[in-house]
Design a protein around this ligand. Structure first.
Ligand code: ZN
Length: 240
């Protein structure tokens, strides 16, 4: 089975549309969403509607939980906080209830999905070091997992002895355990502004990090028109 995995949409509808079109063209068998549908961008309502309509496994990101009142605003920097408050005003009660119903970790068949880490999913920490990954491998019951949150595409491997990582776009798991991050659909932070997603084939073990162009000007214009902090529009152009 080929999985199309995406995360951190952040209310960027042009980027979400580009990724969903690319995944359709890839003919993946199943889609998985790792959370943070909202926050930062101006298309909160439509991004929630579109992801809900896919009827796929979705987990909660920290922005989703903040908008839903399950996470305090003290965890957010001022720009992110402004976006959470703005997003609350955009969504209807039904959409907020749905976001509140999401959990930050889930198991789908042989795959673990988490937003931040597998070992402390409700704390929404970043998996950035080998040690973070090691703790998640220790807690994870499956051999393959996916996380989001850092907005940087990367794969951590564990061969039973040591954790290694790679940012290469075409990787094969072999008999190693893996936790991979598909990067961000709507706010990439690895200095490549293109929308990011991941294709995983559980038969040959290949992990393909993909990028797709989208209309950044349009997404940025919507952020400015909505009165959100201009930095949230500017950063889309540089992918940081
Ligand atoms: Zn995020």
């Amino acid at each position: 089975m080929r999985y199309g995995i995406f995360a951190d949409i952040h209310a960027n509808e042009p980027a979400l549309d580009a990724v969903l079109a690319a995944l359709e063209a890839e003919k993946v068998d199943r889609l998985l969403c790792l959370g943070d549908l909202v926050g930062y961008g101006a298309d909160a309502r439509r991004c929630v509607e579109k992801v809900r309509a896919l009827d796929i496994p979705v987990i909660a990101g920290n922005h989703d939980w903040a908008v839903a009142g399950r996470l305090g605003l003290e965890y957010f920097n001022p720009h992110a906080r402004a976006a959470v408050i703005w997003t609350r005003g955009e969504l209807d009660d039904e959409a907020v209830r749905w976001l509140a119903s999401l959990e930050p970790i889930d198991t789908v068949g042989d795959l673990t999905l988490a937003h931040g880490t597998v070992h402390e999913p409700e704390l929404f920490e970043y998996m950035t070091t080998g040690y973070d990954a090691y703790r998640s491998f220790a807690a994870m019951k499956t051999d393959v997992g996916f996380v989001g949150h850092s907005h940087v595409p990367v794969a951590f491997f564990f061969d039973g002895t040591a954790v290694t990582y790679s940012v290469e776009a075409d990787l094969t798991r072999g008999d190693r355990r893996v936790i991979a991050n598909p990067g961000s659909v709507g706010q990439p932070r690895d200095e490549d502004p293109r929308a990011s997603y991941l294709v995983y084939d559980d038969e040959d073990g290949r992990l393909l990090q993909r990028r797709v162009e989208y209309d950044i000007e349009e997404a940025a214009r919507r952020i400015l028109d909505a009165g959100l902090p201009p930095i949230l529009a500017e950063r889309l152009h540089v992918g940081r």
